[in-house]
Design a protein around this ligand. Structure first.
Ligand SMILES: Cc1cc2nc3c(=O)[nH]c(=O)nc-3n(C[C@H](O)[C@H](O)[C@H](O)COP(=O)(O)O)c2cc1C
Length: 218
């Protein structure tokens, strides 16, 4: 069946918080409640939101692996923990000694590294390996999924450090050699609070008409 013949997803979707509110308050939610499962209906909804994302030529190459089995989550979590601790400590430990915001980020990332396998769900977006520009199809889908999760009160974090050595994760989950994993996204009800992420003002990130020309202030 070609993607054009594929059955359509549900329209309209169930309601949640306003789209802009969800965008403004979606941030890395690394502390999740391990004891509160994600309702199947919400899992289905966020996967459908991901499927709404654009892809080149509407090729829709992303395949999602939902890891719910507790033992598999534990094993994927262990694999993530090894790479994450090694990489984050190597890259950030020294900077964290001098900069409080780096120290907070490192502590949060290490917390997730130690608890990844306890998240109620691990979602793994996959796509054919070695195809150029395929990321362009994967990351819009991830972003849709995370925003939809937020709209349903679910926290998530886009993580990808396991890609430094993704083979253990592929082995645990039986992912074929010609398929690549792009992220491991823990999803669950947050223990932390929602809040606006800290970002650069658009006046610092945007030019008008010519490189370097500032946007007029509103
Ligand atoms: C491509 C990408 C890869 C990321 N990989 C990881 C990761 O492996 N582990 C992790 O804890 N966070 C990871 N993050 C989350 C970022 O650290 C986070 O989005 C950033 O610090 C901003 O956090 P905030 O949204 O809470 O402000 C990743 C984010 C992106 C966009």
């Amino acid at each position: 069946m070609s993607s054009a013949d594929a059955p359509r997803v549900r329209i309209p979707p169930p309601s949640g918080v306003d789209a802009l509110e969800a965008i403004w308050t979606t941030r890395a939610m690394r502390r999740l409640d391990p004891l509160r499962p994600v309702p199947d209906e919400d899992l289905r909804l966020i996967l459908e939101a991901a499927s709404m994302a654009p892809s080149g030529g509407n090729s829709q190459p992303v395949r999602w692996l939902v890891v719910r089995d507790a033992e598999l989550r534990r094993r994927v979590g262990e694999a993530y923990r090894g790479v994450a601790r090694r990489t984050f400590l190597t890259n950030y430990e020294e900077a964290a000694r001098k900069d409080e915001s780096v120290a907070r980020l490192l502590a949060s990332a290490l917390h997730l590294a130690d608890h990844m396998g306890e998240a109620p769900l691990l979602l793994i977006p996959c796509a054919p390996a070695g195809r150029i520009r395929i990321e362009g199809a994967v990351f819009p889908a991830i972003q849709n999924l995370m925003i939809a999760a937020r709209a349903r009160g679910l926290g998530s974090t886009l993580t990808s450090v396991h890609r430094d050595d993704e083979q253990p994760v592929k082995d645990i989950l039986g992912i074929p050699a010609d398929i690549q994993t792009f992220a491991i996204i823990p999803v669950g009800y947050p223990r932390g609070r929602w809040g606006a992420p800290s970002r650069l003002p658009v006046t610092e990130t945007t030019y008008l008409d010519r490189w370097g020309e500032p946007l007029p202030r509103p």
